[in-house]
Design a protein around this ligand. Structure first.
Ligand code: HEC
Length: 359
């Protein structure tokens, strides 16, 4: 195939953009876009809007506090390359009419080479209230190390979900990764996600949630209020576990805050338990979902999904119309620029919480 000069330059930019999307230049330890947004095909947090250009990404970095640290790593030219890359990623249909994986990436943690980690489950969901969704297959890019098996019907009913079982059997010491692709009956790629794990020389200890659960459901929470749930992380084995990461993640990660002794500790001694507090503050009358991302040197990373339904407040909270933060935010939810409104209303929420204490 022939590429004109301009095409070649563009292709080069997109390739470089793809690399930057996955890893920040010269800073392998710091997560780039992929660490929060996952594969761009999934358009988590509307990342594909970045295709408009580097300037848009730059403004997003300034408005979304979680992304603020990126500015010091990426030049305008880098952001332009990432935008060029994002423009090459085209979902095969309207996103709502595609199966939604939950979560879109899952980390098995450490596992002894040659042994099989406990099975984990992902869900594929049809978010449409009416139409059915056709699912052909779910395949792993590395079926030996990360086998996957789905239990989905050929046609997923409206608002239905089906299970995808995943396993991890590391072949070598060190980090391992595979992509799982959800394909239509005709073979075209609908969505994808990532499976991660680490091969270890010896079988490391395991962690467990207490009480044992895979789902923390806040139920219905009034907008303007905050709900809190507590559970414990238990290390039943005879060796200490180093915790690298314990945080909420997923499309509405900002609406779930993970804190408590575990989050701060960095380590759970043999036989010990530590407490994890998960707080949820709905921003609107809508569903919020996420999961707790747990990275440690334990053999497993027990999955914990988070869900809540925001419901309209009975009496609208007074502060929403008159607080100075909200005025400064350009009217919060009424902002003509939804992202800025969102970023700042999250900020206002935070300030709100800090403000409440001294009273
Ligand atoms: C630490 C997590 C994190 C990282 C890393 C991150 N983002 Fe984001 N990004 C977010 C969150 C959270 C939102 C959604 C903000 C919201 O909904 O309030 C977002 C939103 C966006 C949006 C949508 C803006 C809009 O118009 O709605 C774009 C585009 C985007 N990010 C691009 C990027 C790019 C490009 C990178 C890498 C250079 C990146 N992000 C890295 C967390 C992250």
């Amino acid at each position: 195939m022939f590429l004109g000069w301009a095409d070649a330059v563009r292709a080069q930019d997109a390739t470089r953009g793809a690399q930057l999307y996955r890893a920040l230049p010269g800073s392998p330890g710091v997560g780039s876009c992929v660490s929060c947004h996952g594969e761009p095909l999934n358009n988590r947090n509307s990342v594909l809007r970045g295709a408009v250009g580097g300037a848009w990404i730059s403004r997003t970095i300034a408005a979304v506090s979680a992304m603020g640290y990126l500015r010091q790593f990426l030049s305008d030219a880098d952001l332009a390359d990432i935008a060029t890359y994002l423009a090459t990623v085209v979902p095969s249909a309207e996103l709502e009419t595609l199966p939604e994986p939950w979560p879109t990436f899952d980390d098995f943690g450490a596992q002894a080479v040659g042994t099989l980690a406990a099975e984990r489950t992902l869900w594929l969901r049809n978010l449409q209230p009416r139409g059915e969704l056709s699912i052909g297959s779910v395949v792993s890019t590395d079926p030996v190390v990360f086998p996957v098996q789905h239990e989905c019907p050929l046609s997923l009913p409206p608002l239905g979900s089906c299970r995808v079982r995943t396993w991890f059997r590391p072949a070598a010491v060190g980090p391992a990764e595979a992509r799982f692709d959800i394909l239509a009956p005709g073979g075209q790629l609908l969505r994808s996600g990532r499976l991660l794990g680490t091969g270890a020389a010896l079988q490391p200890p395991t962690l467990a949630w207490a009480p044992a659960t895979e789902l923390v459901d806040f139920g219905r929470v009034e907008v303007g209020r905050s709900a809190e749930l507590r559970l414990q992380l238990h290390n039943p084995g005879g060796t200490a576990v180093a915790l690298e990461r314990l945080r909420s993640t997923g499309p509405q990660a900002l609406r779930f805050v993970v804190s408590g002794e575990c989050a701060a500790a960095g380590r759970i001694e043999a036989g010990a338990r530590c407490e994890v507090t998960i707080a949820h503050s709905p921003r609107a009358a809508e569903r919020a979902e996420g999961w707790v991302e747990l990275a440690s040197d334990a053999a497993n990373a027990p999955l914990l999904r988070l869900q809540a339904i925001g419901v309209a407040a009975q009496v609208p909270p007074q502060s929403s119309a008159s607080s100075p933060e909200q005025d400064a935010a350009g009217g919060g939810a009424l902002s003509p620029w939804p992202l800025l409104g969102l970023g700042l209303s999250v900020l206002a929420l935070r300030l709100g919480r800090v403000r409440r204490k001294p009273h």
